[in-house]
Design a protein around this ligand. Structure first.
Ligand code: F6R
Length: 606
């Protein structure tokens, strides 16, 4: 959840650390800090809040050290203050940490009893004191770290900088990701390839339990048992990631507008457009599978939820869909002939990764719909189904969501054909329908101004409901999630038919209801639910098409009219107006759209 970086460089590293932290800020932005070795001494610089606060501080002090570590924080233990900001330090070392040390209370109690004085409320500070205690016993930095790792429970990626050691960094990972970057007479540690991108494209991903001793000359990697091990060096795309807003005001809106391209690119990977065929991903025999189990978190979970409708309808394949944080502890019996699909943009979400490992332990084959190809989930899955969305920087997921939907739709069609549910003609029609999505998305993006004007109204409300039926139900859930996470307006998504079982009590003129209702086979049912809202004075924002508008014949606060399209593609295209509505509302509210409060892009803790 936090981002970490370490550099053994040839020039002053402070600006390089800050530059890398900019690329890691998507992982957390409650505070930021660096530690550099200045004439052999560890000097820290930390600031509460966004990275720009740290940058401002750095501008007022000179930092010339050629080795250092840095951190951008998503607070777990301890308030997001400067006192709790990383790096944490003693007189012997500084350390940065991503993850949670679960037994920190016991460790802290013992260390305090032994006379160690703590100055923060974090779990991380125990790591600094544990290693320091061993250094004080006379151990070398390497031995002190190794001896301390065994005492830690929980998940962590750690990077240590030692007093008096200008040519040494030590890193370790268990649960949280950590990569080594190989330079020429320079070495790097980072949470991901994006952080290391400007420095090198030669990266080694540490395996779980690995720890590493870095000097400028190279790296020595050890496994959990302390055996020296070799790990492959891969060439990453990190350096080519463009972390730039272009002409857009925010990453989120840039990423919303990238969707026609991203979806087109992703679909082209999974469909043979010329022959109207959905390609079966290699390694999957859909005819032999009797059950799918889909697991993910947040927006990725909603993509999976849409896919449940697709797989069940198009391939007559039963689907269990679970929120990963629930699945991992539910001990669900999994079908012997089942396939598990995990969905994740970052590929590092702790609960999704744990679900993958649970399902693997149960003997399931795992397919991962994943955006970051170097991520842990991508590497641990048996079958990788890449979403070709490029780097998604806005914390609210947009283009990764529609890219996930693209992969899942194409795969559901392939499954339908493989299982004999769809004929070649059905398949061809569905493939052609999917190939139209980029064009439809372009058309919908032209409604931006209308949606912006509507958002001015939405920005005045405190609560909002989203309703949908069928595949529009997960889109209603996604719309509500987008609105609440970036505008902080309370929003809930409901299955339209569920309204009368409780939520209808909330309806009054202060509660707008966004209804996502393409003119499909369940449209009439949704209209009845809209009537129920209208009869109680509720103000409706209807997102539909021309036929739906005519058939609804209902007074609305606004009707957003999308082009008509086949049912299979509506979730992909209707995602755009709900994203734009949330985006513009947040802009009117003046929130930090790309980095909403309390959130982080990559959730590597439970
Ligand atoms: C919401 C959002 C989150 C993520 C969730 C899973 O806009 O971005 O709900 O979808 O944290 O993240 P990944 O896909 O990285 O596993």
């Amino acid at each position: 959840m936090c981002g970490i970086i370490g550099i053994l460089g040839q020039t002053p590293v402070a600006p390089l650390l800050v530059d890398a932290l900019k690329r890691l800020e998507y992982r957390g932005y409650d505070s930021a800090g660096i530690a550099t070795l200045e004439d052999g001494h560890v000097e820290r610089l930390r600031a509460e809040g966004k990275l720009r606060n740290l940058e401002a501080k750095l501008a007022t002090v000179g930092r010339m050290g050629r080795s250092g570590i840095g951190h951008t924080r998503w607070a777990t233990h301890g308030a997001p203050t400067e006192r709790n900001a990383h790096p944490h330090a003693t007189d012997r070392l500084a350390v940065v940490h991503n993850g949670i040390i679960e037994n920190f209370r016991e460790l802290r109690r013992d260390l305090e009893a032994a006379g160690r004085v703590f100055v923060s409320d974090t779990d991380t500070e125990v790591v600094a004191h544990l290693v320091t205690a061993r250094l004080d016993e006379g151990m070398s930095p390497r031995d002190a770290v190794q001896a301390s790792l065994g005492a830690l429970e929980g998940a962590f990626a750690l990077a240590f900088l030692f007093e008096g050691e200008d040519d040494l960094l030590i890193g370790a990972r268990r649960g949280s990701p950590l990569a080594i970057g190989w330079g020429s007479n320079e070495m790097f540690l980072g949470s991901d390839a994006i952080a290391l991108g400007p420095f090198t494209d030669e990266v080694t991903y540490l395996d779980d339990g690995d720890w590493v001793v870095l000097t400028r000359a190279g790296a020595t990697i050890y496994d959990a048992a302390g055996q020296e091990v070799g790990r492959v060096v891969t060439r990453t795309q990190g350096a080519t990631y463009v972390v730039d807003k272009g002409n857009h005001r925010h990453f989120m809106v840039k990423e919303i507008h990238e969707q026609p391209e991203v979806v087109g690119h992703t679909l082209a990977h999974y469909l043979d457009l010329a022959n109207g065929i959905a390609k079966v991903p290699s390694g999957i025999d859909f005819a032999a599978i009797d059950r799918l189990s889909i697991t993910a978190c947040g927006t990725a979970y909603y993509a999976g939820f849409v896919a449940k409708y697709w797989f069940e309808r198009l391939a007559r394949l039963p689907v269990d869909i679970d929120i990963a944080s629930e699945f991992r502890y539910r001990e669900q019996p999994l079908s012997r002939n089942g396939l598990s699909i995990v969905i994740s943009q970052s590929g590092e979400t702790a609960d999704t990764l744990a679900s993958l490992r649970y399902a693997k332990g149960e003997g399931q084959k795992i397919a991962a719909v994943v955006n970051v190809q170097e991520s842990t989930i991508a590497r641990e899955a048996d079958i990788r189904l890449p979403t070709l969305a490029g780097a998604e920087i806005g914390v609210a997921s947009t283009k990764a969501f529609t890219a996930q939907l693209s992969v899942l739709a194409a795969t559901a069609v392939a499954a339908g054909k493989a299982r004999g549910v769809l004929s070649a003609e059905d398949e061809g029609k569905l493939v052609r329908a999917l190939s139209e999505v980029p064009r439809l998305m372009h058309q919908v993006l032209k409604l931006d101004e209308q949606i912006e004007a509507l958002a001015r109204e939405l920005a005045k409300v405190k609560h909002c409901l989203y309703l949908g039926r069928g595949t529009s139900y997960p889109i209603a859930l996604e719309g509500a999630l987008k609105l609440k996470e970036i505008s902080y307006i309370h929003a809930e998504g409901y299955a339209a038919g569920e309204l009368k079982h409780g939520p209808i009590a909330l309806i009054d003129e202060d509660m707008p209801v966004v209804v996502i209702a393409p003119y499909d086979r369940v449209f009439e049912k949704t209209v009845s639910n809209m009537q129920e809202v209208a009869a109680r004075g509720g103000r409706i924002i209807l997102i539909t098409d021309r036929k739906g508008q005519e058939a609804a014949a209902i007074d609305t606060l606004a009707t957003i009219i999308l082009p008509e399209m086949p049912a299979i593609v509506t979730p992909l295209v209707y995602a755009i107006p709900v994203q734009l509505l949330a985006y513009h509302t947040a802009v009117f509210m003046g929130t930090d759209v790309d980095q909403p409060r309390n959130l982080a892009k990559s959730v590597t803790v439970e």
